[in-house]
Design a protein around this ligand. Structure first.
Ligand code: ATP
Ligand code: MG
Length: 238
């Protein structure tokens, strides 16, 4: 199995090389755990290898993301200009959606957003795709079964295209959704923040990675001006 660097050295060591190629990895974590920074750092490494990338943002305008990550010195604009990176804003609220569909119902917006994302991925012949966060893509779809099939169909199409995919998600899914993204994805990485002895500790854990062995222990991570770093050799006291 070919492995793809995750963009984070410590995590590459935990995975014995990186993410499996052509698979869908779910990155779960609460607010501010670093899902967006991790995903963009992953894309930056792929862009430096001259690979085509699509980044779909669903909650934060791309301009605001660019401002937040400015301290890392990641020059996304130059890759956009070279045609290697395409950013897609898929705001799923019908009233602000760029799909000009004020009259459409919310369920339809979810299906249209999925279609737009797949069209862009095919057009770009993207090798890497990030959907941040996946949860918002189907947030207006109230029917749990339909939500699962939308996500299932999207994953199936992305697997057919053969790109490496990272989808982010809040840790706790809506009740009744049975953690569906966790079951449908090929790999799951969990990010968490806990208070221990009055201090904040951030941990990363590989919850599943189909078809390979990996370090199952939670490890510390931090976000500094160097970006997202995993300390794979430091034990975490539980
Ligand atoms: N130099 C830095 N630049 C930007 N963020 C930093 C920096 N250093 C640390 N951080 C931390 O990174 C966190 C933001 O990470 P990020 O936006 O990736 O989180 P997220 O999981 O995507 O959050 P959300 O759920 O709101 O989308 C902030 O809480 C901030 O404290
Ligand atoms: Mg984010």
């Amino acid at each position: 199995m070919k492995l793809i660097p995750t963009g984070t050295n410590g995590l590459d060591v935990m995975l014995n090389g990186g993410f499996p190629q052509g698979k869908i990895i779910l990155l779960c974590g609460g607010p501010g755990t670093g899902k967006t920074i991790f995903s963009i750092q992953y894309l930056m490494h792929a862009l430096k290898r001259s690979e085509t990338c699509v980044y779909a943002t669903l909650e934060e305008p791309f301009e605001s993301i660019k401002k937040n990550i400015s301290s890392f010195g990641w020059d996304l604009l130059s890759y956009e200009m070279k045609g290697l990176l395409k950013t897609v804003e898929l705001f799923s609220r019908p009233d602000i959606s760029p799909l000009k569909n004020k009259d459409r119902d919310a369920e339809e917006v979810s299906a249209l957003s999925v279609a737009r994302l797949l069209d862009t991925t095919r057009l770009m012949k993207a090798k890497n795709v990030v959907i941040d966060p996946l949860t918002s893509l189907v947030i207006h779809e109230s029917r749990s079964g339909r939500k699962r099939s939308l996500i299932g169909d999207l994953f199936e199409e992305l697997r057919k295209i053969g790109c490496n995919v990272i989808v982010t998600s809040e840790t706790r899914p809506q009740e009744g959704d049975f953690y569906m993204e966790q079951f449908l994805a090929d790999g799951v990485i969990l990010l968490s923040k806990d208070i221990r002895d009055y201090s904040l500790i951030k941990t990363i854990r590989i919850d599943k990675m189909r078809g390979m062995s990996y370090d199952e222990q939670p490890r510390k991570y931090s976000i500094t001006s160097n970006g997202f770093e995993v300390f794979n050799l430091e034990p975490v006291l539980l």
